[in-house]
Design a protein around this ligand. Sequence first.
Ligand code: FES
Length: 143
Amino acid sequence: MERRKFIKSCCTVGLGLPLLGVGFQSCEAAHYATVKSDAEKLTVLKSEFITEGKSARSFVLLSIKEYGFPICLFKTSEDSYVASLLKCTHRGCELNVGGGIYSCPCHGSEFSTSGKVLEGPADQDLKTFKTTTDNDNIYIYVS
Ligand code: FES
């Protein structure tokens, strides 16, 4: 089975959020994290990646009105995270999250969870944000 068909056959969960029409093609339920923000950074509790009685989340979504698109905060290792704006660099469609990649429903571009182009027509990587952590928090630097 082709990778793309496999991803689409996995399971589809759609959320009808008023401002964010993010599509999810994932067996992992999407979760919008609570975010604190100031002029330079966003702060998300690490506990947002913990679920009751289930395995830990691999990603959470952040709803930031100023960007018009969600940010996906993806956990890449025990204490490492990548924050990517889910705006396709081809023509600006909102990306889907699922199958360990970001995919564009408009013309088929695909990006890795680190924001790198995997498949065109997009030829630029996603906008990503520097992240740091402490014991309890993840900081995403947006300025
Ligand atoms: Fe995403 Fe064209 S807008 S591939």
